[in-house]
Ligand binder design. Sequence first.
Ligand SMILES: [Zn+2]
Length: 272
Amino acid sequence: MKLASQTQSTDGHQIPVVERPWAEAEAPKASGADLPPYDRIKAMILSKAIPPDTKLNIDKLARELGVSQTPVREALQRLEGDKLVVGKKPRGLWTTPLLGERELRDLIEVRLLMEPWSARSAATDRATNPGREMLAEIERFVELGELKHQGYALASHDVAFHDMIFHAVGNTFLHDAFRQLHAHLHLFRLYPADLDGTHTIEEHKAIAEAISRADPQAAEEAMRAHLFAAMDRFSLGLRHDDTLSSLGTVRSQVLGPPPSATGAVSSHKETS
Ligand SMILES: [Zn+2]
């Protein structure tokens, strides 16, 4: 994948999914100086305070954050592992560019290989499946009220939600493969058209309810529909088009194999 080739520095750092990597960024203290340089620089990149594909000046960052260069270098090394920063020759660290349409489609296609199967696998034992936990996570997000619109609340919820499924499946190779995609970091750098999560929540409910009642077929189909709909939303973000008028539940009902190369990203227009 192109994403993987952006940096050689896969140092094993993974999205700390359960801890919700954006949790600090959601809180009022997000801009406070008490956060570690890693979190502050990550927030700057995700919010585009530091734009994509921009050369990073370590000395300037250190001065802005009021710290020495060493913790800034350490933070940038971790962010390289997150694929938010990349080293370029001959020297210099840059923020990575945003995903293009092709990379967005490639990323969603990989998720389509992993996640419908995972949702099906998790929808087994009513007594032990993660359905109740997933519904509770949805409830937690809904209860944020207006805070849903702030920071990375939606991304944080989405990371936690999808991780519950992989955790329940219990295949560490699969779970690691998903984490290595850093899917959420990259998707939510695009402008999500569904910023308050209205559509996402409905789709997540369908997945969680199917898993909760141990209905593997419905869980698989609901996950596939969610990923197609998410691709539509992020595609709008890619075009800086925030209109939601063409996004409804119709597209969410679309099931089937991954769309063709030509129809995948533009098909939201057909659903209006
Ligand atoms: Zn989701």
